[in-house]
Design a binder for this molecule. Structure first.
Ligand SMILES: Cc1cc2nc3c(=O)[nH]c(=O)nc-3n(C[C@H](O)[C@H](O)[C@H](O)COP(=O)(O)OP(=O)(O)OC[C@H]3O[C@@H](n4cnc5c(N)ncnc54)[C@H](O)[C@@H]3O)c2cc1C
Ligand code: FES
Length: 263
């Protein structure tokens, strides 16, 4: 069966509430989109409130519930678009383009995985954990944030059946003090992972990619770029590849094999 084509979907906001410091959790009602999305893909959301702002906001999702017809997104409020999104109340409507990009791949025969999330990179990582749980693949998780107040999702990952959830904070205010990469290094040293999935700040993903290469474990990364169209038409979202070429984050990604990326 071929993948669903990218389309324009109307949505209404079901709820839009704080999830942690600087983070919001919005649930959209968009039945067709919810059925079509696969973990790792993203949507490009038109946020009303300023007619001069024509660019959509690309956002991953943490859950697409085909039965309920809803899409859950946890997002950081960082600028004008996400501030307007945070102001959308239940019942307000707009449109989203999707499903955009490619899903997290599940290597044939994978039995044990580790997911690593830094900051707001938690959103597609939670979707990844749902995919793993649904496929019967055992997984551990590392979830990091700058500080305790900005953590989201560790309990969700536990609820999804993660074997271990290691929480890290840069300032030591929750869990283990330090970066996610230090925690991952310890888990990799124990061995047994077939694949690592990660999303977070690019410097963190570069570190995760290096650790996985050294351990001989496959690694998939979800990249972020500024985006215009979200479906391969505007050439604004290039990602440099290790072989000297460029690929589009929106259409060829956002998920890449870490070995292919020029870090
Ligand atoms: C495929 C994809 C999935 C994403 N998923 C999520 C998600 O699940 N949750 C979430 O919180 N954010 C996610 N982002 C990032 C999100 O799109 C940006 O934070 C958002 O577009 C900022 O818009 P703004 O108008 O609020 O801020 P702006 O005023 O446009 O920018 C504010 C700051 O954010 C930076 N920024 C803007 N757009 C991006 C971008 N696309 N990537 C990286 N930095 C950007 C700007 O350089 C600036 O420093 C995702 C981005 C991509 C490309
Ligand atoms: S955002 Fe237009 S080509 Fe990627």
């Amino acid at each position: 069966m071929s993948a669903p084509a990218v389309g324009l979907h109307e949505f209404s906001v079901v709820s839009n509430e704080p999830a942690a410091e600087g983070l919001m959790r919005v649930v959209l009602s968009a039945p067709a989109l919810a059925r079509e999305l696969s973990a790792g893909q993203f949507v490009n959301v038109a946020v009303p409130g300023d007619a001069s702002q024509v660019l959509r906001v690309p956002l991953s999702f943490s859950r697409a519930d085909g039965e309920a017809g809803t899409v859950e997104i946890v997002y950081a409020v960082v600028g004008d678009g996400t501030r307007r999104l945070a102001a959308m109340a239940a019942g307000e409507t707009s449109t989203a383009v999707g499903p955009c990009g490619n899903p997290w791949p599940l290597p044939a025969g994978a039995r044990r995985a580790c997911v690593v999330a830094g900051g707001v990179g938690i959103t597609p990582v939670v979707a990844c954990a749902r995919m793993l749980a649904g496929a019967g693949v055992a997984f551990d998780a590392v979830v990091g944030a700058q500080t305790a107040g900005r953590l989201w999702g560790a309990d969700v990952l536990e609820g999804l059946g993660a074997g271990r959830v290691v929480v890290t904070t840069d300032d030591g205010s929750a869990g283990r003090a330090g970066f996610t990469t230090a925690a991952l290094a310890d888990l990799l040293a124990e061995g047994g992972y077939d694949v690592v999935y990660t999303c977070g700040p690019e410097v963190m993903m570069a570190g995760v990619a290096r650790l996985c290469r050294e351990a001989g474990v496959a690694c998939r990364v979800s990249m972020e770029r500024m985006m215009g169209c979200g479906f391969g038409a505007c050439n604004t979202c290039n990602v440099a590849m290790a072989d000297g070429t460029y690929r589009s984050c929106c259409k060829d990604g956002p998920v890449f094999d870490a070995e292919e990326v020029a870090w």
